[in-house]
Design a protein around this ligand. Structure first.
Ligand SMILES: Cc1cc2nc3c(=O)[nH]c(=O)nc-3n(C[C@H](O)[C@H](O)[C@H](O)COP(=O)(O)OP(=O)(O)OC[C@H]3O[C@@H](n4cnc5c(N)ncnc54)[C@H](O)[C@@H]3O)c2cc1C
Length: 407
C-alpha cells in the first residue's frame, strides 16, 4: 500500500487526471484549485463541446505536437488516445469521432467531461480543496509541501504542478506554476501565445470581417520572403486580422514581434492555367454583365468589391470588354491574395501558451523534476504544445496520468 502524501496544484484536466490516478494507487491525495469549481478552462474547450482527443495513431499525434513532441513518447504510449477514450467510457462518458479524427463526448457537453473526471477522483478518494498555492516548500533538495495564500501549509511527499499556461487568465490559468518552478531552479523557456489569431494592417480587412473561407490554401512568408508555413483549410476574417483553424496552426510558427506576409490561394484546386480557362468561360457566359456582377459564382459576395478594387478594373466595365492583362491580374489575385501580418494577438487570447518548464529538466518517463525530488509536472505548464484537434487535451491527460502513476 502506497501511503505517500500527494498534493496536486491545479484542477484542470492534467491535475484531475493526475490526482485520480495517484489516488487509485493508494496515495493520500489533495487536489488544490483556486477556483470554486474545477476545470473552468475545460468547460470552454471545443466551443463548449470539448474535443478531448484525436483518433490518429500515436506517431500522428506526435506529428501534431510541433514543439517538443518527442518528449511525450513515454506519456503518450503509456496512456494513449485509445486509453483516454476507454477511460471516459468507463467513467460514464461515451464519445464519438468527427471529421479529422476529433473525439467529442456523445452529449456534446464539456461539463460531462469535468463530471467524469470528478467521478474518477471521488472514487479514488481525492480530497478537493479550494485554495491558491503561492509556492512549493522544499526541505533540502526534496519537496515537503505547498504554501497557500491564506497562510496555511499542506505537507506533502510529492507535489504535482498542473497549473496550466497563461492564456485565458479568467479561467484561473495565470501562469503561477512557471513562477513556482523558476524559484526552485527550473528554466522557463520564453512564454508566447500559440494557436492565436493574427493581426493585420491591410486596410480592406475591415470590409470583410466575419467572412469565413473554406478550402483555401495559405502560405506565410517571413521578412526575407522565405515560406515558413503552408496549410489548407478554413480561415476567418475578423476586425483585427485573421483567425480560424489554419491561422491558429500557423501562429505556432510565428514570433510575436515580427511581421509576415500571408498569401491566400482562393482557388487551390485549380492551376493558374485552369483558373484562367475558368475565368474565360465565366466571362463568356456573363459577357453582357458588368465586371462586379460577373464574379458571384467565383467569390463570396463580401469579397467581390475588395477583389474588384485590388484588380484595378473598372467595376462597371462590361465583362466582354475585359482584356487579357486585366483577366490575368484577377487570376493572380485569386491565387495569391496578400495580407500584411503585423503580429500575434495577446497571450490572453491564445488557446495555449508556448514555452514553459524546460523539458530537459523533466524525466520523460515519470514527469518528475530532475532538480527537485518529489516534484512532478503535468499539462500545459511544460514546454510542449500542439495544434488544434484534441492534441492539447491528450497531452494534459497523458502527462497527468504518468505523473499520477509515478509519484
Ligand atoms: C477557448 C479554448 C478552447 C480550447 N479547446 C480545446 C479543445 O477543444 N481541445 C484541446 O485539446 N485543447 C483545447 N484547448 C486547450 C486546453 O484547454 C488546454 O491545453 C488544457 O486545458 C491544459 O490543461 P491543464 O490541466 O494543463 O491546465 P488548465 O486547464 O489551464 O488548468 C489549470 C488549473 O490550475 C489552476 N491553478 C492555477 N494556478 C493555481 C494556483 N496557484 N493554485 C491553485 N490552482 C491554480 C487553475 O485555476 C486551473 O483550473 C482550448 C483552450 C482554450 C482557451
Amino acid at each position: 500500500m502506497n501511503t505517500q502524501k500527494v498534493v496536486v496544484v491545479g484542477g484542470g484536466p492534467a491535475g484531475m487526471m493526475a490526482a485520480g490516478t495517484a489516488g487509485r494507487r493508494g496515495c493520500a491525495v489533495t487536489l488544490l484549485e483556486k477556483n470554486m469549481r474545477l476545470g473552468r478552462k475545460l468547460l470552454i474547450t471545443g466551443k463548449g463541446r470539448c474535443n478531448l482527443t484525436n483518433m490518429m495513431d500515436v506517431e500522428g499525434i506526435i506529428a501534431n505536437i510541433p514543439v517538443n513532441g518527442k518528449f511525450l513518447y513515454s506519456a503518450l504510449y503509456r496512456f494513449s488516445n485509445r486509453e483516454v477514450v476507454a477511460f471516459f467510457q468507463d467513467w460514464g462518458l461515451p464519445t464519438k469521432v468527427e471529421r479529422g479524427g476529433r473525439v467529442f463526448p456523445v452529449s456534446d457537453r464539456s461539463v460531462d467531461v469535468v463530471r467524469a473526471l470528478e467521478k474518477y477522483m471521488d472514487h479514488s478518494q481525492v480530497q478537493v480543496m479550494t485554495g491558491e498555492a503561492t509556492g512549493i516548500l522544499v526541505d533540502g533538495s526534496a519537496v515537503s509541501g505547498v504554501q497557500l495564500k491564506d497562510g496555511r501549509r499542506i505537507p506533502a511527499d510529492r507535489v504535482i504542478i498542473a497549473t496550466g499556461g497563461r492564456s485565458y487568465p479568467l479561467t484561473g490559468s495565470t501562469g503561477d506554476g512557471y513562477r513556482f518552478a523558476a524559484v526552485l531552479g527550473h528554466t522557463i523557456t520564453p512564454l508566447k501565445p500559440a494557436l492565436v489569431p493574427l493581426e493585420s494592417s491591410t486596410p480592406w480587412i475591415r470590409e470583410v470581417q466575419g467572412l469565413a473561407l473554406k478550402n483555401v490554401a495559405i502560405k506565410v512568408l517571413n521578412n526575407a520572403g522565405k515560406t515558413i508555413y503552408t496549410d489548407f483549410g478554413e480561415l476567418l476574417f475578423t476586425h483585427f486580422g485573421v483567425s480560424g483553424p489554419i491561422i491558429l496552426s500557423a501562429s505556432t510558427h510565428l514570433e510575436q514581434a515580427d511581421s509576415y506576409r500571408l498569401l491566400i490561394d482562393l482557388k487551390p484546386a485549380l492551376t493558374p492555367e485552369q483558373l484562367d480557362l475558368r475565368l474565360q468561360r465565366d466571362f463568356m457566359k456573363n459577357g453582357r454583365k458588368v465586371f462586379h456582377n460577373a464574379l458571384t459564382e467565383l467569390l463570396p459576395r463580401t469579397l467581390i468589391p475588395v477583389m474588384v478594387e485590388l484588380a484595378a478594373v473598372d467595376p462597371d466595365k462590361p465583362v466582354n470588354q475585359i482584356n487579357k492583362v486585366e483577366r490575368q491580374r484577377l487570376a493572380a489575385l485569386l491565387k495569391e491574395l496578400a495580407l500584411d501580418i503585423t503580429g500575434l494577438r495577446p497571450i490572453a487570447e491564445a488557446i495555449v501558451t508556448a514555452g514553459g518548464v524546460a523539458i530537459n529538466e523533466i524525466d520523460p518517463t515519470t514527469m518528475e523534476s530532475k532538480l527537485v525530488k518529489g516534484l512532478f509536472f503535468a499539462g500545459e505548464v511544460i514546454d510542449v504544445n500542439a495544434y488544434t484537434g484534441g492534441f492539447n487535451l491528450q497531452i494534459a491527460f497523458s502527462t497527468g496520468h504518468l505523473a499520477g502513476n509515478s509519484c
